[in-house]
Design a protein around this ligand. Structure first.
Ligand code: ATP
Length: 315
């Protein structure tokens, strides 16, 4: 599926602001962004629930509404309303009947963890139960693409694990999955690829590891234990003369309690330079966390303003 220069504006708000995105068959992609970033609007365009003002959206080469009508797409939306008096089983069976080649209803109920309350009315479910029913609805048509808008928002920990297990089993069958989330760890753990959106634009696109590297590499720490037994200047003196801040990749240096912490864009190059200077005592290297990466990419003065997406091809 693809977005090509897609724009959707609501008055002055450009909820989707020139998005170009290609997702190949079989990929599992997380759409990651803060509240109001444009995730739901992008999903509405993908499902044919809304139209772009400019640009185009295609699903398996078709206009989204046609792809949906052909049974190629299943969706789990945030605000689907319960139909009074209809039971879980009846709803899922009804939806199955609208697809050309659905999976068995019992299989969808089982995969979504709702078999136990198949006979219960939809308007008598808890928020988490209703959410699992929406997952069964998305699955039952056995669609080629499944689109999940914040699928785990109301789920408890156990239901969340069960949900991701089911989702991954679905993806392993070669299906394409797109889900939106604010949860960095979920995106990292469950997607092949993370697309970070901010203010309607794609600001980064790649694996979790690539995002970490693109957003500032990592942290390198080392001991600056002072003079040695002979009273000669030890690592601290060398550190001063070396000028840690001038080492390759180093963005900032903080020294506290005899230990230096370097934030670096290129941990490998920084470590090689430190080793060349003999500064290796207590050396530790940690990648930037995904939180660091996300904040760097979506902060007010991040790369969004007036610039293209962060290129991850080179990292
Ligand atoms: N129908 C609408 N009318 C007016 N503004 C809208 C409409 N739909 C979305 N917006 C605005 O577009 C922007 C993007 O909203 P969207 O719901 O796509 O974000 P989101 O990333 O899904 O957020 P959340 O994580 O909170 O669900 C927001 O500023 C929102 O207020």
């Amino acid at each position: 599926m693809s977005f090509t220069g897609a724009v959707r504006a609501f008055g002055p708000v450009r909820a989707v602001d020139g998005v170009d995105l290609e997702i190949a068959r079989g990929e599992t992609v997380a759409l990651l962004g803060r509240n109001g970033a444009g995730k739901s609007t992008a999903i509405s365009l993908l499902l044919g629930l809304d139209e772009p003002d400019e640009g185009g959206v295609r699903v398996f080469g078709r206009v989204p509404a046609q792809a949906v009508r052909a049974g190629l797409v299943g969706a789990m939306l945030q605000d689907a309303r319960a139909v009074p008096r209809v039971t879980v089983g009846e709803l899922v069976a009804f939806v199955a009947g609208t697809y050309p080649a659905p999976m068995p209803v019992a299989g969808a109920l089982e995969a979504a963890g709702v078999t136990k309350f198949a006979g219960r009315r939809l308007d008598r479910l808890s928020g988490g139960q209703a959410q699992r029913v929406r997952f069964a609805v998305a699955l039952v048509g056995d669609p080629s693409l499944i689109v999940l808008d914040e699928p785990t928002a109301a789920l408890d920990v156990e239901a969340r694990y069960a949900f991701w297990d089911a989702m991954r089993a679905y993806a392993r069958r070669g299906r394409t999955v797109l889900f939106s989330t604010h949860h960095l760890e979920e995106a990292d753990a469950n997607a092949d690829r993370i697309v970070v959106v901010d203010r309607g634009r794609v600001v980064a696109d790649g694996s979790g590891a690539r995002l970490r590297r693109a957003a500032g590499g990592g942290l390198v720490a080392l001991d600056l234990a002072c003079s040695d037994a002979n009273g000669q200047a030890g690592q601290a003196g060398q550190a001063d003369s070396a000028g840690l801040a001038g080492l390759p990749g180093v963005v900032s240096v903080e020294v506290r309690g005899g230990r230096a912490r370097l934030r670096t864009e290129d941990p490998d190059a920084t470590v090689v330079a430190l080793a060349g200077l003999g500064l290796v005592r207590g050396l530790e290297v940690a990648p930037a966390s995904l939180d660091d990466a996300f904040l760097a990419l979506t902060s007010a003065d991040g790369p969004t303003r007036g610039s293209a997406r962060t290129s991850l091809e080179a990292v």
